[in-house]
Design a protein around this ligand. Structure first.
Ligand code: FAD
Length: 464
């Protein structure tokens, strides 16, 4: 048994990044992970496998819908589901092995097993109690359950996101409960693979919290791709009979009761923090009323020397938010000044087209009483997007009416998830819309649409 400077519990993007940064800063570090592989939800059953399926299904869509338009003739490919699952597994495996390599390179001990905290400075894994000066809880989250709905990932009929990534076959029909990011990404992937997908959502709009105009355009585009939407509907239960599921729901506007049958039901009603088995009540680590680990401005819990980050603490449940917190808390523990700017955390939906946003929505900016300018530019005016058959979206920039400072940006369009970062950098530097508008952007790129939206905050876009 050795004494560590830091034991990180959980090797997701929060935990493994924290461990690496702490080791780089000269600390003696161990990371406990109960899963067989490193990388957490993100690498094993989240970001990475879902993006592999989204990419493969997007490629299929391109061959079926757009190849002939470009003069690319030939037999249309069929899906070999086993091989597609193999591609997904290989992508995941390559990435999880990569973290193992980084642990070795940075001399981080991987303590294999499930950890509990015996006391501040004492972490038990299996039968061994390890001593450490600091502990970081990075145990992540798990899919939230829904009353009246029993998930059975092995049966593959009523599944959560983990089950949906490894279905035994592509279902002919699928009901997605919840029109959030995960439901829409996986729903759109299966729709492109041939499933008839219906999304049932409690609220009256998809992707709650997103800019209203983006929500509407996004729904329109997904509907054109074949997804059906039932909004304002409260699911009361799911019954499984003879290998088929029946989803019962009530429309909130008139209390009328309905049902839909499907081969597969994906429950995507959000995620909740996972801290089971850690023994937090025993050591006195306080939780919020929603079950997140309560932290102060330096990610310290209510117990000195025990910190928490990532999905286990309040804030957006995103891998890059967890990573930033991981780096920052490692710096705090090493005696430096860790910092996360929570106002500039991008959010991306990896559908086709992608949806990306950062900062304030128009609604939130107005609600805060700020005077704002809105610059909008449609991808119809962008030559590159038209060549990609992805000209349906737009870039919308929000700037302060008096100072011109960029307050937010919302993009629905090709590679939006890559384009958003120039706005993130601009916001970190406190840039104005004019700063972006005066920056030369290469032609022909989709990023020119960002510049045009910035121009639209001033004297006007050129190509609109
Ligand atoms: C389908 C899906 C798609 C997603 N796509 C994206 C995306 O595109 N972009 C994005 O930013 N986010 C995405 N997310 C969210 C992202 O995966 C999470 O925000 C991120 O993984 C959180 O990181 P974390 O380090 O806090 O926790 P996690 O990644 O959940 O890792 C926590 C780890 O801790 C381990 N653990 C828990 N308790 C213990 C214990 N007691 N002892 C030892 N180990 C323990 C767990 O086994 C787990 O491996 C997606 C999520 C899902 C489900």
């Amino acid at each position: 048994m050795s004494t560590y400077d830091l034991i990180v519990i959980g090797a997701g993007p929060g935990g493994y990044v924290c461990a690496i940064r702490a080791a780089q800063l000269g600390l003696k570090v161990a990371c406990v992970e109960g899963r067989e592989t490193l990388g957490g939800t993100c690498l094993n059953v989240g970001c990475i496998p879902s993006k592999a399926l989204l990419h493969a299904s997007h490629m299929l869509h391109e061959t079926h819908e757009n190849f002939e338009k470009m003069g690319l003739m030939g037999a249309k490919p069929k899906v070999d589901w086993g091989k597609m699952q193999g591609y997904k597994a290989e992508t995941v495996g390559g990435n999880t092995k990569g973290i193992e390599f980084l642990f070795k390179k940075n001399k981080i001990d991987w303590l294999k097993g499930w950890a509990s905290i015996e006391a501040p400075g004492k972490v038990k894994v299996g039968d061994t109690t390890h001593e450490t000066k600091n502990i970081v809880i990075a145990t992540g989250s798990e899919p939230a359950s829904l009353k009246g709905v029993e998930v059975d990932n092995d049966a593959g009929i009523v599944v959560d996101s983990t089950g949906a990534l490894s279905l035994p076959k592509i279902p002919k029909s699928m009901v997605v409960i919840g029109a959030g990011v995960i439901g829409l990404e996986l729903g759109s992937a299966y729709a492109r693979l041939g499933a008839e997908v219906t999304v049932v959502e409690f609220l009256d709009a998809i992707t709650p919290g997103m800019d209203g105009e983006v929500q509407k355009q996004f729904q329109r585009i997904l509907a054109k791709q074949g997804l059906k939407f039932v909004l304002g509907a409260a699911v009361s239960g799911v019954e499984v009979e003879k290998g088929k599921a029946e989803v019962k729901y009530k429309l909130r506007k008139d209390d009328s009761e309905h049902e839909i049958k499907a081969e597969c039901v994906l429950v995507a009603t959000g995620r909740r923090p996972y801290v089971a088995g850690l023994g937090l009540d025993k050591v006195g680590v306080a939780l919020t009323d929603r079950g997140f680990v309560q932290i102060d401005d330096h990610w310290q819990t209510s117990v000195k020397g025990i910190y928490a980050i990532g999905d286990a603490v309040p804030g957006p449940m995103l891998a890059h938010k967890a990573e930033d917190e991981g780096m920052a808390v490692a710096e705090v523990i090493a005696g430096k000044h860790g910092h996360v700017n929570y106002d500039v955390i991008p959010g991306v939906i990896y559908t086709t087209p992608e949806v990306a946003s950062v900062g304030l929505t128009e609604e939130a900016a107005k609600e805060s009483g700020r005077k704002i300018k809105v610059g909008k530019f449609p991808f119809m005016g962008n030559a590159r997007a038209k060549a990609l058959f992805q000209a349906e979206g737009f870039v919308k920039m929000i700037a302060d009416a008096e100072t011109d400072r960029v307050l937010g940006c919302h993009i629905i369009g090709p590679n939006a998830g890559e384009m958003i970062h120039e706005v993130c950098v601009a916001m970190e530097f406190g840039a104005s819309a004019q700063d972006i508008a005066l920056t030369c952007h290469a032609h022909p790129t989709c990023s020119e649409a960002v510049r045009e939206a910035a121009l639209a905050c001033g004297d006007g876009a050129i190509h609109a």
